[in-house]
Write a protein that binds this ligand. Structure first.
Ligand code: P6P
Length: 327
């Protein structure tokens, strides 16, 4: 409703430390600006790709760079963070004198979907800043150290899904007032599901545990799972994970033989995709794993480190982990 409490008052009610609450509100305000930029799309001539790639070797969309700059500028001018790391920046950026927080983000995840008008999003993670002038190594903290994490989904509604360590709340952008208002007090991922999300185009590369898991789901009620399953793949992590957060399911981007041959541990990045999404999944009663280990327990060894991702309904994640354990 249009009189639902605003983000700032909910954070105050949750006794979130003042500067952390202000930092979250600063990020939310920047994302409201990104929502406008994404929504205006072709009207502002910002669709399409640039003639350049990011540190990941991925072609950058204009809105990737615009979103990245909006977040960095907002955080720099706020003084509410001491360091920033972004998918779009090779190294972290120190902000001497800022509040003792490190902010990591994927400014516009799924941006390859923008030109076809599919939901994309911003993913962010907040860690404690250990020193005065953080360097890349200060960011390499396990996901369990996160003080807060969230995403903003730029879809039919612009939604902020956030946890500060005491459950998951959803807020909806009230465009009239330019504020996020509480729209779901406590999101919970159902323990069981009948829906899995994976890029089936990679089936020929799948490792045996994944191949057998998917085949068993596809076998339906007459198969070993004893029930029918549905499959979804939007190819925008924020959109796919938001569906899982809302109605359950399991999201998979596992490693496979082709990735292993290239020396890649997975496609998705640990620090600003898997960790924040894994934090939210666990805070909502779900689970987040590589298939072999809990994502939030991983000791990172690189800012842009990639990991396999299996996250969502706890029983389904456990089912997949049991298959990896059997080998
Ligand atoms: P594929 C977007 O590029 C992204 O990083 C995630 O948002 C998404 O889940 C995944 O890659 C999609 O990958 O191989 O299906 O294009």
């Amino acid at each position: 409703m249009s009189d639902s409490p605003e983000l700032s008052s909910v954070l105050a009610g949750d006794a979130v430390p003042g500067d952390l609450a202000q930092l979250i509100c600063c990020l939310a305000e920047a994302c409201a600006g990104i929502a406008n930029a994404v929504e205006r799309g072709s009207l502002s001539g910002t669709l399409g790709a640039l003639e350049q790639s990011n540190v990941q070797g991925e072609t950058q969309k204009q809105l990737d760079v615009i979103s990245n700059d909006m977040l960095i500028d907002a955080l720099r001018s706020s003084g509410l963070a001491r360091g920033i790391a972004s998918e779009e920046e090779e190294h972290s950026v120190a902000i001497p004198g800022g509040a003792p927080y490190l902010v990591l983000f994927d400014p516009l995840d799924g941006s390859s979907n923008i030109d076809v008008n599919v939901t994309v999003g911003t993913i962010f993670s907040i860690l404690p800043a250990p020193g005065d002038t953080p360097t890349d190594s200060d960011f390499l903290q396990p996901g369990d150290q996160q003080l807060a994490a969230g995403y903003v989904a730029y879809g039919p509604s612009t939604l902020l899904v956030l946890s500060t360590g005491d459950g998951v709340r959803q807020f909806t952008l009230d465009r009239a007032g330019g504020v996020f208002r509480l729209s779901h007090l406590a999101m919970e991922v159902p323990k069981q599901t009948g829906e899995f999300a994976i890029n089936a185009a990679r089936q020929r590369h799948w490792l045996t545990p994944i191949a057998e898991y998917v085949a068993d789901c596809q076998a339906g009620e007459n198969g070993p799972r004893g029930r029918d399953f549905n499959m979804r793949w939007i190819a925008s992590m924020v959109a796919d994970v938001h569906r899982v957060m809302t109605r359950g399911g399991v999201f998979l981007y596992p490693d496979d033989h082709a990735m292993q041959a290239e020396g890649k541990a997975g496609k998705l990045r640990l620090m600003y995709e898997a960790n924040p999404m894994g934090f939210l999944a666990e805070q909502a009663g779900g689970a987040a794993s590589t298939g072999r280990e809990r994502i939030l327990a991983i000791q990172p060894d690189g800012l842009h480190q990639r990991v396999p991702v299996v996250m969502g309904s706890a029983e389904e994640v456990a089912e997949i982990e049991s298959r990896f354990a059997r080998g």
